[in-house]
Design a binder for this molecule. Structure first.
Ligand SMILES: [Zn+2]
Length: 218
């Protein structure tokens, strides 16, 4: 039976799913709540929905991973999660992306997850350049490599624009005289880089799988 929670300083938010920083699994957190039982003894239980305790700074919750039973502390302000300690791991990157490029995207995500936005943008730029080299771009500079792939018909005009956008933000990340890379910039460049790899590698692999399965059924 659920214990009675009387404190007005407890709030309920939506369930939260994260990549557990301890066991790396994607899990819906269980929430620890503390209460006094009918005899006045302190006790604890877990709930499927978040329970928060408020102080002057924020709401704070303790989430327990149902898989490994390790815990995270979550700071909530205005119903938004502002910090999770330790940082949840980023989502895994698709195995169908070539390994060296996948590793760059994964590292970019890891940088983003700890607020290293410049490093995130720099890793995205690196991932794009690795993809250009893999696709046979002839030139040395990334801007020319992107244009080379477009000229050869390997990428479309639209995708080349995405790649150039990643390049601009990546350049901002590595040149001290360029503007700062904001959280939003990093989010955008990561999104663009992932979508680009999606089109270059994941969609063709899925299409091939569909064709193979179709042939088998004949
Ligand atoms: Zn876990």
């Amino acid at each position: 039976m659920m214990p009675q929670i009387e404190s007005k300083d407890i709030s309920v938010h939506n369930p939260i799913s994260i990549n557990c920083p301890w066991c790396k699994k994607y899990v819906a957190l269980m929430w620890l709540g503390f209460y006094k039982d009918a005899y006045g003894n302190s006790s604890q239980t877990s709930f499927p929905y978040p329970i928060s305790f408020m102080n002057k700074k924020a709401y704070w919750s303790i989430g327990e991973c149902p898989s490994c039973n390790e815990c995270v502390i979550i700071k909530i302000i205005d119903e938004k999660i502002v910090h999770i300690f330790p940082n949840p791991l980023p989502s895994l990157t698709d195995e169908r992306i070539p390994l060296n490029i996948k590793n760059d995207i994964q590292e970019a995500k890891l940088c983003f997850s700890v607020g290293a936005f410049r490093a995130c943008a720099a890793m995205c730029r690196r991932a794009i350049q690795q993809a250009c080299i893999k696709e046979g771009a002839a030139k040395a500079d990334l801007d020319k490599q992107i244009d080379d792939l477009k000229a050869k018909g390997i990428i479309t005009e639209q995708i080349s624009k995405w790649a150039h956008s990643c390049r601009f933000l990546g350049n901002d990340a590595v040149h001290p005289e360029h503007p700062e890379v904001t959280e939003n910039d990093a989010k955008n460049v990561l999104n663009l880089a992932e979508q680009l790899m999606n089109i270059l590698y994941i969609m063709p692999a899925i299409s091939q799988e569909v064709d193979v399965n179709h042939e088998r059924k004949k």
